[in-house]
Design a protein around this ligand. Structure first.
Ligand code: AMP
Length: 113
């Protein structure tokens, strides 16, 4: 989608190092990390929020968790633990309206729930 920063990253219109990529997903470091490891995993397809997911996206969302698991192992946070966060809309604190999964770890994270 035009004017979507994460579409531009996925399409390589903005130069960003990919930590993972395949035909459906890309992963890259968050520009303002909230933990020592802070990786964003996004679909290439423009899906604004979790509210916009459709049944046909189920496989892709499942794959995001597999990629998160693989990256957690690769960045040595799997054993100590990590958190996967998806913010949705204003009350959820969403700022970028292209679905993204935050993978956070590398330190003891504060309780949020
Ligand atoms: P959210 O609040 O869930 O919408 O999170 C959006 C995240 O995107 C924030 O953690 C930002 O730091 C991150 N972000 C915004 N622009 C970029 C960018 N160009 N590259 C990497 N991360 C970004």
């Amino acid at each position: 989608m035009e004017d979507c920063i994460f579409c531009k990253i996925a399409n390589r219109e903005i130069n960003t190092e990919f930590l993972y990529e395949d035909s459906e997903l890309v992963a890259f470091r968050d520009i303002a990390p909230k933990a020592p490891v802070h990786i964003l995993i996004i679909p290439r397809k423009h899906i604004p929020t979790i509210n916009d997911l459709e049944e046909e996206d189920n496989q892709m969302v499942g794959k995001i968790y597999q990629v998160a698991k693989k990256l957690a192992e690769e960045y040595n946070i799997a054993e100590d633990g990590y958190r996967i966060v998806v913010n949705c809309n204003a009350n959820g604190g969403q700022v970028v309206y292209h679905l993204h999964f935050h993978l956070l770890g590398g330190e003891k994270l504060g309780d949020i729930c």
